[in-house]
Design a protein around this ligand. Structure first.
Ligand code: HEC
Ligand code: HEC
Length: 369
């Protein structure tokens, strides 16, 4: 491990030197370091570490390495934290990335963390990364958008998708990401890649001009995104957990002893079968959109406290967006506690919505920001 890390340092030093010959002015500007963010007390740091394990490890991995589930990116790559204005971490953590498995964790949008806790977790991630931050300007990066599009389709679409939708890499056309990431932050990621992940350092192969062009092209996809503030719904009470309490039990044909298809679940819902639907995602995304009648029982629930609120004799179906990781996790926990009648929606809620099946949407007001 140490030798790999050393190789990466040597490699990025070499790259940095090379770049400094290509464009000394941008290099100098890129590498003015700024003080680390606020250091946490031992107590706060321990709490942030515990929150990380409870809320984030499922997808981003126990050691912040990323890719534990659903292509969640690394939360320890050097370049992310070097270029990182804390907001580049705080924003996705607080508000999520719409249309991806990354939900918002801030209480204001219906998540489990307070504002202080989201800041502490952000600072903790910076400190854990152990890198110096680089001062990036907030000026726009200028480039030829048409040429940038060609560069994008030739070099980036295979991983990030023809329309920036993300295939096995983050969605670069995502409005929530483009609204918060500055041009320089994006350019830094392109130039230096993300160490220890599949994202290459394009400074080694593309010209500076083309890096600017593709940055400008990505920026041109941001068509104004205004922050939406949810009108938070009350959580359902235990006596509302069972849908169609007078209906018949469904008779699902489960694959691998646990997965129910979206088609079968829809038929059961339309047939008014007696069921409990568990939304296992972070609670803020239940506020945004969920299957009708579902209750938010997120993957980080303390299942000992949940104890007997869930009936054992009713068919339980859990779902998430990742597309099964969180729901599998919850069903494993329940089965260990004697809940035999449990299943996971195979397609997840995104698959369900892509099939055109109905969902309930939350109410939003456009926030002044
Ligand atoms: C081999 C697959 C692959 C290719 C090709 C690729 N990327 Fe990436 N890219 C990734 C992955 C994976 C990540 C996320 C890495 C992480 O942080 O874990 C990423 C991250 C990024 C990010 C940072 C996103 C963020 O929100 O932090 C940007 C910007 C980016 N890529 C742009 C590009 C551009 C522009 C190109 C083409 C010049 C490109 N990528 C080509 C795989 C790829
Ligand atoms: C259910 C899976 C899941 C969980 C749990 C999760 N994330 Fe994510 N996260 C993702 C995915 C997927 C993305 C990439 C979204 C995209 O395509 O832009 C992401 C992106 C991010 C990013 C943006 C990184 C970048 O390179 O731009 C940050 C920061 C982040 N997550 C932090 C967290 C933190 C902190 C937690 C815990 C509080 C957390 N996430 C929990 C799936 C998850």
């Amino acid at each position: 491990m140490a030798s790999i890390a050393r190789m990466m340092v040597v490699k990025s030093l070499g790259l940095a030197l090379l770049l400094s010959f290509w464009d000394p002015s941008s290099y100098a500007q890129d590498h003015e370091t700024i003080p680390p963010p606020r250091k946490l007390t031992t107590e706060l740091s321990e709490r942030a570490a515990a929150n990380y394990q409870r809320y984030c490890a499922l997808c981003h991995g126990a050691n912040r390495e990323g890719y534990a589930n659903d292509h969640a990116p690394s939360l320890r790559s050097e370049s992310l934290f070097q270029s990182g204005v804390p907001h580049a971490v705080l924003r996705p953590l607080s508000y999520g990335r719409e249309g991806t498995a990354m939900g918002g964790y801030l209480d204001e949008v219906g998540g489990p963390l307070t504002l202080d806790e989201t800041w502490d977790l952000t600072y903790w991630l910076f400190w854990e990364s152990g890198v110096d931050r680089v001062k990036l300007s907030t000026n726009p990066v200028h480039g030829d958008i048409r040429r940038g599009k060609v560069v994008y389709q030739e070099n980036c679409a295979s991983c990030h998708g023809v329309n920036g939708e993300g295939v096995n890499a983050p969605a670069l056309g995502n409005q929530s990401a483009l609204a918060h990431n500055t041009d320089e932050f994006i350019r830094y990621a392109i130039r230096y890649g993300r160490n220890g992940t599949p994202m290459p350092a394009w400074g080694e192969t593309l010209s500076d001009a083309d890096i600017d062009n593709v940055t400008a092209f990505l920026r041109s996809r941001a068509s104004g995104w205004s922050m939406q503030k949810p009108v938070l719904k009350a959580m359902p009470a235990p006596d509302e957990y069972v849908i169609n309490p007078d209906g018949e039990d469904p008779d699902f044909d489960l694959t691998e002893g646990r997965y129910v298809s979206a088609t079968d679940l829809l038929a059961a819902m339309q047939g008014k079968k007696r069921m409990v639907l568990l939304d296992t995602r972070v609670t803020s995304v239940w506020q945004r959109v969920h299957l009708e009648g579902s209750i938010p029982i997120p993957y980080y629930t303390n299942f000992d406290e949940l104890a007997d609120q869930l009936p054992k004799d009713v068919q339980i179906v859990a779902y998430c967006s990742c597309p099964r990781a969180a729901a599998d996790h919850v069903v494993n926990k329940l089965r260990r506690r004697g809940y035999e009648n449990t299943a996971v929606l195979y397609e997840g809620i995104f698959g369900w919505m892509n099939m055109g099946y109905p969902v309930m949407r939350g109410d939003f007001e456009v926030a002044a920001d």
